[in-house]
Design a protein around this ligand. Structure first.
Ligand code: NDP
Length: 252
């Protein structure tokens, strides 16, 4: 029995990683998917793999007007979006705040924060009007725990969770669910984008999560009965855990 019969999902960042896996799984579960991302060639391949129940749109989530135009011009059989997966995002660099490239910060803020805002603002009115929907924001463990090597990336992901839960509070009394999912280390193109090194391998020697693992978590959250709202989920590979008490000993 397909779990997403009758559902229409709008998935951002569907040209790779989690978004691509979510698009495939949601179509396999009987849903229809509007899959978006910037790379048109990847979208074309996705469309031929997934067939007619997948509509692809080349879209940069940083472009507010393009997001609004894409959502308002969806064909009838994809127009009534019932699931929004705000997944498009990236980390750039690992430099501390006093050395980081400000352009990298701007790109992360524009993509991870403003992209989520634009897509939510464009799609949520339809969910509210139909009194039916589920928004899932992809945050990160980096937004839940303090740590070195990416002060702005983690902060953008804290925003994503806070925005999701504040929005959920505003939706009181309506049949629109909101979930923020915070994955840990997952083997996608994320670290290639982060470092700019196509050969980077952070996953050697342990079993990271796959994009399919994370897509399964999203499906499980969506497939719960409509009166059940999973607020936040944090999910890590078993091999990843928490740090010890870190103290600098010695002269300041
Ligand atoms: P990938 O790099 O594999 O995929 C990222 C996706 O985001 C691509 O489809 C990319 O498409 C899209 N994207 C990036 N910028 C834009 C943009 N401006 N407009 C539209 N789409 C964009 O990474 P993941 O699948 O791992 O990442 C997905 C989400 O999960 C991100 O938000 C990431 O921060 C988060 N995350 C990842 C973790 C990991 O360990 N992998 C852990 C925790 C969270 P295109 O380039 O074609 O536009």
């Amino acid at each position: 029995m397909p779990k997403l019969d009758g559902e229409i999902a709008f998935v951002t960042g569907a040209t790779a990683g989690f978004g691509e896996a979510v698009a495939g799984l949601f179509v396999a579960e009987g849903g229809r998917v509007v899959a978006s991302g910037r790379r048109a060639d990847r979208l074309e391949k996705l469309r031929s793999r997934l067939g007619d129940r997948c509509l692809t749109i080349a879209l940069d989530v940083r472009d507010r007007h393009a997001v609004e135009a894409a959502v308002s011009s969806l064909p009838e059989d994809f127009a009534e979006i019932s699931i929004l997966v705000n997944n498009a995002g990236l980390a750039l660099g690992r430099a501390p705040a006093w050395e980081a490239d400000i352009d990298d910060w701007e790109t992360m803020i524009d993509t991870n924060i403003k992209g989520v805002l634009y897509c939510t603002r464009a799609i949520m009115p339809g969910m509210v009007a139909r009194d039916r929907g589920h928004v899932i924001n992809v945050a990160s463990v980096a937004g839940n725990h303090y740590g070195p090597g990416g002060p702005v990336y983690g902060a953008t992901k804290s925003f994503v969770t806070q925005f999701a839960m504040n929005t959920r509070a505003d939706l009181k009394g309506r049949n629109v669910r909101v979930t923020s999912i915070s994955p840990g280390m997952s083997e996608t193109e994320f670290d290639i984008v982060r470092t700019g090194d196509p050969d980077v391998d952070f996953y050697e020697g342990f079993k990271a999560m796959s994009a399919d693992d994370v897509a399964q978590v999203l499906l499980d959250v969506v497939a719960l009965p409509p009166h059940v709202n999973v607020n936040t989920v944090e999910v890590m590979p078993l091999a990843q855990t928490f740090g010890p008490r870190l103290v600098h000993r010695g002269p300041p």
